[in-house]
Structures are given as C-alpha cells and as structure tokens.
Write a protein that binds this ligand. Structure first.
Ligand code: ATP
Length: 233
C-alpha cells in the first residue's frame, strides 16, 4: 500500500457555501504530514470531511484502498482513524483515567493501553483520579492525545493541539508525539504555528481559501514559499 489515506478532488459545502474546492492530499504509512493555513482556509473542514462529519463524494476519500467519503464517523474510527479534536472536548464529569478509557471504546488490536499512555505522559498517572477538566490545559491536551491513541489508530489526526498552550508545554507535547512517531506513528497535524508544523513533519500542505496553495517536503520548502502560500502575498 503506497498511501494510507488520500483525497482526490475533495469538495465540501456548508449549505450553499463551498468551503473546499478539490483538495488532493496523500499520506503514506509512518509519515507525519502537516497542514497549515490561516483562519478560514479550510483545515477543519478538510478534517471533518475525512472523519465523515461532513458529506463527501465516496470516492473522493480513500483509506487503505477503500472509498470512505461520507461514511459514518463511528465506522471511520473503527476502521482505524482517530482524531484529537480542536478544543480537546474531554468529558467533564469523568476522571482523567475514565476519559482515557473512553478512547478504548472502539479499541482495535495494537500496542496502546493505559500503562503505555502513562509512560508517555507520566503526569496523567499522578492525576488519574482527578476530573478531566480540573487539570491544566496542557494536561487536558495530553489526555485528548492519550484517548485517541487508546483506540490503537493507524492514522492519528491532531487538530491544532498547540492552541492556547504555553511554548514549554507545546514543546513537551510535540516531544512526546515525536517519540511515538519514532515507533511508527502515521499522523496528520494541523497547526497554526508554521515553525512547529515544518519541524514536526516530513511533508507539508498549505491551504488557502479551500485550495492547496503549496505542498512539498517540509525540509525543502523555503520561508518565502510558505509565506506566499499562507498569506497569498
Ligand atoms: P481555523 O483555523 O479558524 O479553524 P480553518 O482553516 O479550520 O480555520 P474552516 O473552519 O475549515 O477553516 O473554515 C473554512 C470556511 O468554511 C470558512 O470560510 C468558514 O467561515 C466556513 N465555515 C466553517 N464552518 C462553517 C459552518 N459550520 N457553517 C458555515 N460556514 C462554515
């Protein structure tokens, strides 16, 4: 299998408003691919279309050589894609550990369990009985990532995981993801921070007004190319 997930001419609408105008995208197993773009560029719309939250032509999204466009989200998750949503969305009445266990609801066979999550984020073990929303923003983001990993996904999608977090915390979280990546994670990371996106990924896409304005190997792209694609200047 050369690609794990790909989209071909992917379009998306909110009623009459067209938000995506034919996105061609691909990610191969064990790759980290970043998506950058300004507010409203279509990044979240793209992720929501891949996850089946928004309608899509079946053939315009393929996962493991199967068309999945427009499939129900729970089937996509069971098929092996997990998303860390923007804003973390933890269950407020559940403890850290219960939140993590929720990720195992559609568990697939694989290496991830509570023990491994606690090894990755030791602070979560200390806080395991505390309500998920009574911990810091960075720790909540660790829970959201741990919860997604608990389902043993073949593809992890992270939507703006650094939003609102202090630089030191962002560094810590990305260091943990880099460690997971060394053991063969495949992930799409959507990032506002271009520097982090470029450093964390092997390949990068920039979206602008619902289109891909730039794509290439992250280490080959120049600052000028990225600013042109990002801001259109
Ligand atoms: P951000 O970084 O702000 O989350 P984004 O790149 O994720 O931006 P999207 O949220 O995908 O961008 O938005 C793409 C376009 O679709 C924008 O013009 C936005 O206003 C519009 N849009 C997003 N959500 C909706 C919605 N629920 N109803 C109508 N239009 C929407």
């Amino acid at each position: 299998m050369s690609q794990l997930l790909s989209t071909h001419g992917l379009k998306a609408w909110y009623g009459d408003f067209q938000a995506l105008f034919g996105i061609d995208f691909e990610i191969r197993p064990q790759e980290i691919v970043a998506i950058i773009g300004s507010n409203g560029a279509g990044k979240s719309t793209f992720l929501n279309t891949v996850m089946g939250v928004l309608a899509a032509d079946p053939a315009s999204v393929r996962f493991k050589d199967q068309p999945i466009g427009g499939c129900k989200t729970h089937r996509i998750v069971a098929g092996g894609i997990a998303m860390v949503p923007e804003g973390r969305r933890l269950f407020p009445s559940l403890s850290v550990e219960e939140n993590l266990r929720m990720g195992a609801y559609t568990k697939r066979p694989g290496p991830w369990d509570l023990k491994k999550i606690y090894r990755l984020f030791p602070v979560l073990k200390e806080k395991r009985s505390v309500p998920g929303t009574a911990i810091s923003g960075g720790q909540q983001q660790m829970v959201a990532i741990g919860r997604a990993l608990m389902s043993n996904p073949e593809l992890l999608i992270c939507d703006e995981i650094s939003l609102g977090l202090a630089p030191a915390v962002i560094k810590e979280i990305y260091a943990a993801l880099a460690e997971v990546a060394r053991n063969g994670l495949t992930a799409i990371i959507v990032e506002q921070d271009v520097y982090t996106a470029q450093n964390m990924s092997q390949r990068l896409y920039c979206f602008q007004e619902g289109r891909v304005s730039l794509s290439g190997n992250s280490s080959d792209l120049t600052h000028e190319q990225i600013s042109h694609a990002y801001f259109g200047v």
